[in-house]
Every structure is written in C-alpha cells, then in structure tokens.
Write a protein that binds this ligand. Sequence first.
Ligand SMILES: *Cc1c(COP(=O)(O)O)cnc(C)c1O
Length: 399
Amino acid sequence: MNQILNSGRTMVAIPGPSVIPDRVLAAMHRPMPNIYDGELMELSLGVLAELPSIARTDGHAFITVSNGHGAWEMAITNTLSRGDKVLVAESGRFARGWGDMAAVSGVDIEVVEAPARSAVDPAMVEARLRADRGHELAAVLVVQVDTASSVRNDIAAIRGAIDAAGHPALLMVDCIASLGCERFEMDEWGVDVTVAGSQKGLMVPPGLGFVWANERAMAAHQRADLRTGYWDWTARLDENVHYLRYAGTPPVSHLYGLREALDMLADEGLEAVWCRHQILADAVRAAVDAWAAPDGLELVITEPAARSNAVTTVLTGTIDAARLRSICEHGAGLVLGVGLVPHENAFRIGHMGHLNPPMLLGTLGTVEAALAAMGAPIGGSGATAAAQVIGAALGSAVR
Ligand SMILES: *Cc1c(COP(=O)(O)O)cnc(C)c1O
C-alpha cells in the first residue's frame, strides 16, 4: 500500500473510542492527589451530582471503573435474580450481548428481533408482554443506538408498548453509543435503568461506565439476588464513606477528564450538542445518498427516522469494503469502523462526541478519494452533498 499521503494527524472515525478533546487529555495529565479529602473528593461528588442531568433523570447515578460491559453487569446484578426472565429487544448486536451477559449470571433470556435493517417494533414487544399474563418477564433490555446496524430505537414508544400491555417489567436501556449524541429523556420516557460508557459521546477515554437508576429500579434492587459485593448499589450509596462510591480507589485521572468533558457539554448546552450531531449525521447521510449507485453504496437502515446521529453503517454492495478501509487507513490516515455481522461488507463512520465540520468533511472527502482510487461506481459527489448540508446549517446560523 502506497503510504505517500499518510502523514499528519490520523483521523480515527470508528464508533468509539471517539476523538478525545485535547482539553480532556490535558486535564487527566496530573499527579495523584489525596483521595480521602480535598479537591478530588469535591470534584467526584460534584460529578456524581451532575450526572443525573446528562441522562435527564432525578434518579441515582453510579460510576463504574470499567468499560460499558461492566456497566451492563452492574445494571443486571443490581436489579435481577437467578431464574428471572428478561426480554431482549435486539436490533443489531448489542442488546443480545447484554442479554448473553445476563444469561451467564443465571437469568433466562428471550429474544425478540427487530425486522431486518429496522428498529425494534414496539408492537412486537407489546404482543409478547400481553402474552405474559403471569408477568414472568422482569425486564426489557434494549439499546437506544445499536452501533452495529446504526439503528436508533424509539425508546418512548417501547415504554408505551410496555404500558399498553399493562406489564410491570423494568425498561433497561443501553445508551453507550448514544448518550451525548442523541436526545435521551430518561424520566420523561419512563426508563428505569440507563447504561452508558465514557468513550463515545461523553468524550473521555475508555475506562468509566455509568448507570442511572430510578426508584422502581431501586425497589427491584431490594429483591435482587444477583447482587455482588463489588457492583452493589447499596454499598456504593453510603454517604459517609466516599471510597465506597467506587468500591475502592476512585479512577482519579478519568474523573478529572470527565469533569472537563462535562464542562464542555455544559458550555455548549445539551440541546445544542444534540443539534450539532443531527446536522453532522444529516451530512453523512446526504453523502451516502449521493454516492449511492446500483451494486454500490447504501445506508443499512431503510427508515430515515430510525437512523442514528452517532454512527452510520454503510453497505458497499459489490465494492470491497475491506480494501476501501485499507486504502483510507494506510494510504490516507483515516480509520473507518469495520462492518459487523450480519453487515460484513460494510464500513461504519462514527460521528460522536468531539466532532466538527473539518473533521467530518475530511473524513467524507477521504472516503470519496478512496472510492475514486478504486474506480468504484458512485452516483455523485458525497463530499459536495455533505458540504451543502453543513453550508445550509451554517447559513441559517449566521443569518
Ligand atoms: C460500545 C458499545 C458497547 C460496549 O461498550 P464497551 O465499553 O466496549 O464495553 C455496548 N453497547 C453499545 C450500544 C455500544 O456502542
């Protein structure tokens, strides 16, 4: 592979970890403080107090020293018991992964699959819950954005389905890919448990997980027999011993990074952050639509309203996606996400977190250049289409 153009800052456009702001990295680079008193403790308590507002809840927030999988396990072990049944509403890959983790802990899982290339169908969830007359199902597990398919599920509609069935199941939502990118209203939408991770929309390196729990989840916690010493919410809520918040030494450097990232989100405003993601995602979709050609590129998700603003999965038809990614990465310094089962001849563009037009237009322009290098059939210029979307948004902002 000719690497002649691959010098300069590499753009990593995979769907997590996302590009971490220099401000966050700089904030993390400091010596260890006293962890029992003073600045770090105040910072930690401040962050814990502010986290509910990020998920739009009045509930409790917990920080795990882990990736998203650890946060998944915290959510499961604190609310469920051996032999409980849960309904996994799958729309790509990640709800099932969460369910598989619950199964290892002794929970029975039942999977309801979204139709191909679509979001979870709330009517299917409602029908399954109506059939569960004995209320055996303890929870519904679903992701807001599935990072494999790039679908966005309608969480409010899924809550509506649970309520329409008159079912008491907890609604547990994985927002690992979407928090800080997509509108998410935990309390308004009736979500009982929300899970997130640090390294996607929240702009902090991998290593922190987040779990939010409302009062219904805390009531389930009182009965749960999967509780373990390390993940246990009750132990972590001890007001008197800060050390127990993290079941041990706090993740000091990550907390400084998180403080900085939360300041950045607050400075921009959560609504403005969601709006920026919407515009940039619209630009990606406009690019793919412009490139689209018979046997060529196309968006995986067919329904426009179900396309995520955090990540886009692009099918490549007869074009070799592995070769396209290789030209981008080795020839031009752009790292794209790989396609995941069942969309293997595909690539994914992460557009989450710390992202602006030059980063995104550079990404899309480089994909277009790689397509040209391959002689791949495209309908038209995606880079131009994306620039027009961004231009229209800038135009209404400066007018
Ligand atoms: C990234 C991701 C995960 C896994 O997170 P890890 O930090 O790798 O454990 C789970 N669910 C979704 C939707 C994700 O995007």
